[in-house]
Write a protein that binds this ligand. Sequence first.
Ligand code: NAI
Length: 327
Amino acid sequence: TKAPVTVTVTGAAGQIGYALLFRIASGQLIGPDTPIKLRLLEIPQAVKAAEGTAMELDDCAFPLLQGIDITDDPRTAFDGTNVALLVGARPRTKGMERGDLLEANGGIFKPQGEAINAGAADDVRVLVVGNPANTNALIAQAHAPDVPAERFTAMTRLDHNRALTQLAQKLGVAVTDIKKLAIWGNHSATQYPDLFHAEVGGKIAAEQVEKAWLRDEFIPTVAKRGAAIIEARGASSAASAANAAIDHVHTWVNGTAEGDWTSAGVVSDGSYGVPEGLISSFPVVARDGRFEIVQGLDIDEFSRERIDASVNELVEEREAVRKLGLV
Ligand code: NAI
């Protein structure tokens, strides 16, 4: 067996935490032969609930699970951690302005970034799930100057997976028949799911669907899926979000298949006109344990407009957190 991997999950007592922890402990995050040590970070009021989840984890007798630590202190939570899943965040409540939301989340992601900088393992990989995920990731990254910026990522894999199924159902094909789909921009309603490079049976997906469907159904359905789930379930998407977090890290560590790519919010190197330093979703391949932005794609006018709109929103969010002194 391999050396154990320490995985820290913040917001461990929340809905996504409950759907995520059992899958991590069962070996789905890294692989079936890698032991796991779990660290659960919660706010003091929720530590007891996290302890309850830990009791259930114990009761699963997972062969790979080598221990569970629970804490309300970020320094303890991230000490020596290899994989940090930042799920806990401050939700937007009624009447809350965006500035207030960003400030409240700054109060969470700044100290967590500092704690990762201070104590995480040299190979630490960070995935931010808590919204606004891209900008929360940017805040954490800005406070971890000793960690390579590329280790901070934001989750758009759920959007990617949603888009895969929408397209598969439209064309009557299996999700595995679809390659090279991509989500661009922000994990928000402005995100752009791109079918102009996606391939189904070796042919471009956008050419196999009506333009009106692509523009008026596919894009809004993917972008507004979170709200549709809340409307239907009376609760937000938790199991599918947890599943996407598992997929994101598993791909990061184990790589993308030859001839395919995935989507992730990664630090921009200026590719495709996305301002350097922003954490934006791109088509990415994972190779040798690293995400790389896919280069050289032609972006037509339809896509350009939509990528720009989402990236502009990210620029505005960065401006807002700059004004707050958070980056
Ligand atoms: P939840 O409200 O059930 O759980 C959040 C947990 O975080 C709570 O237990 C809370 O006590 C904890 N928490 C708050 N501040 C914390 C801190 N400073 N340190 C540690 N823990 C803290 O929410 P749920 O459903 O689990 O969702 C979590 C986040 O994920 C939300 O921000 C949600 O918007 C986001 N999300 C992101 C998705 C994506 O695709 N990127 C998809 C779905 C949800």
